[in-house]
Ligand binder design. Structure first.
Ligand code: KIV
Ligand code: ZN
Length: 497
């Protein structure tokens, strides 16, 4: 029998505390609806007393979303609780999340109080929240650095006061995984009424251990995890939803499950990233651009033989269509052939060898080779059978110079050359080509495009010419756009001849 792990998403409260990531109410509703589709159990929609905007957002999210519990954060202060209750009035399922600091730092330096007074205030806050809602969650802020025996006393008292969930936050991200796990186990074993409530984790990532700590918490008895999409949150962030959910899904040896529709993960990640202006780091687990991208030849070959050689997660499970193969100078023939096949081309081994040589020469110049680059390479490879070949192109151009071009073509094995002037080097070269072939051709279309952005990039050239009422198409790509233009023109001409 496996246990359900409740997913409590705090992207719109703890996540939204990141400077520069604030959302307006319309955007928050969009995220809340996406979280509902994702299947989270609880949405912490905001901290209603903190601002009129937050209050309004909690009200509107409560109206817009119906499946998850909507939760509002408060301090252990009556006014906060009243305002949260008012903001949650339209929620179908509502929860007040109240709490106070329990570590020596918080008790002494933040709250200037004593452990006994804090305990009283905690109990009073839970009792007060219970007057408004049935579902009350209590957080023991900085529980990670709180004394376990004192924490156990607080947890027991707030459960007796009616708390349905008790949150044990590692607010500063300080705990080691085994330490956090032991803390949860200590509470499970030393709080007599612990089974009347759900114990929750809420881990921060200051030392990069938020996910590990959350999992340790679950292994030791916690049944709710507080997480954010992409792990966003103040400082180094919160525990990332996608990491925890995919660990629980992938480790079949663990007796846990969540109700998350994992196929929605990637979409939700990108929605949050773009609305919050928070790019996802490329190597971020599960949702980073490179999470399913293979670039070394050995890995690409391994994945093509069997995906599981180098992937423990099926990209489809998180809503990513397929693994990608970055074509770089380290890629092998297998990846090149696979990518060409996806583009609709199949070549015999000998041809692949030739394309591969050209690919390597290009990959040495460019960091990664895109689909358009490959199309261009294939264009060159297929040009080898043409009866007309451009053997030489020389141009004179520049400010105050008269543009001139000398062209030498090989037509059916014979060399022909011409020199012409024009209103630019391309016009001059086209005129020279026309002088050699002695046919009337009209340029119908001529398009030059940079494939990507760098000045070292390939330029793509598409040419359409007309001869005796028929249209002929030519294509080329080159880092030298004048050569590319003339090659595309000659490519079209060779189809006439
Ligand atoms: O990190 C934390 O302790 C919190 C509480 C307010 C739940 O975010
Ligand atoms: Zn937090």
């Amino acid at each position: 029998m496996s246990d359900k792990i409740i997913v409590f998403d705090t992207t719109l409260r703890d996540g939204e505390q990141v400077p520069g990531c604030q959302l307006n109410t319309v955007e928050k509703i969009e995220v809340a609806k996406a979280l509902e589709t994702l299947g989270v159990d609880v949405i912490e929609a905001g901290f209603p007393i903190s601002s009129p905007g937050d209050f309004h957002s909690v009200v509107e999210i409560s109206k817009a979303v119906s499946n998850p519990v909507i939760c509002g954060l408060t301090r252990a202060i009556e006014k906060d609780i009243e305002v949260a209750a008012e903001a949650l009035q339209y929620a179908k399922k509502k929860r007040i999340h109240t709490g106070i600091g329990t570590s020596p730092y918080h008790i002494k330096y933040k709250l200037n109080s004593t452990p006994d007074k804090i305990l009283e205030q905690a109990v009073a806050a839970v009792k007060y929240a219970k007057k408004f809602v049935e579902d009350v969650e209590f957080y023991a802020e900085d529980a990670g650095r709180s004394d376990n025996a004192y924490l156990a006393k607080v947890v027991e008292a707030v459960i007796a006061a009616g708390a349905t969930v008790v949150n044990i936050p590692d607010t500063t991200g300080y705990c080691l995984p085994h330490e956090f796990g032991e803390k949860i186990r200590y509470l499970m074993e030393n709080v007599p009424n612990v089974h009347k409530a759900t114990i929750s984790t809420h881990c921060h990532n200051d030392l990069g251990m938020a996910t590990a700590n959350t999992i340790e918490g679950v292994l030791n008895g916690a049944r709710q995890v507080e997480v954010t999409i992409n792990g966003i949150g103040e400082r180094a962030g919160n525990t990332s939803l996608e990491e925890v959910v995919m660990i629980l899904k992938n480790h079949k040896d663990l007796p846990f499950y969540t109700d998350i529709n994992t196929k929605q993960i990637f979409k939700t990640s990108r929605l949050v990233s773009s609305l919050m202006n928070m790019p996802v780091q490329p190597n971020k687990a599960i949702v980073g651009r490179n999470a399913f991208a293979h670039s070394s030849g050995i890995h690409q070959d391994g994945v093509l033989k069997n995906r599981e050689n180098y992937e423990i997660i099926n990209p489809k499970d998180v809503g990513i269509k397929e693994s990608s193969f970055e074509l770089t100078a380290r890629s092998g023939r297998a990846a090149l052939k696979y990518r060409l096949k996806n583009l609709g081309y199949s070549f015999a081994k000998k041809e692949i060898d030739k394309i591969y040589e050209k690919f390597l020469a290009l990959a040495d110049k460019k960091k990664d080779v895109k689909d358009d680059d490959l199309r261009a390479l294939i264009g060159k490879a297929s040009r080898k059978d043409h009866k007309v070949k451009l053997e030489l192109l020389q141009v004179i151009c520049g400010k105050s110079a008269v543009p001139m071009a000398t062209v030498r073509l090989n037509i059916n094995g014979e060399e022909h050359a011409a020199t012409a002037s024009g209103n630019g080097p391309i016009d001059a070269a086209f005129t020279a080509v026309k002088q050699i072939i002695k046919r009337k051709v009209y340029l119908e279309e001529f398009l030059i495009q940079a494939i990507t952005r760098g000045s070292d990039d390939l330029g793509k050239v598409h040419v359409q010419i007309e001869n005796r009422g028929k249209l002929y198409y030519g294509f080329s790509a080159s880092t030298d756009i004048i050569t590319g233009a003339v090659e595309a023109f000659v490519d079209a001409i060779s189809k006439i001849i």
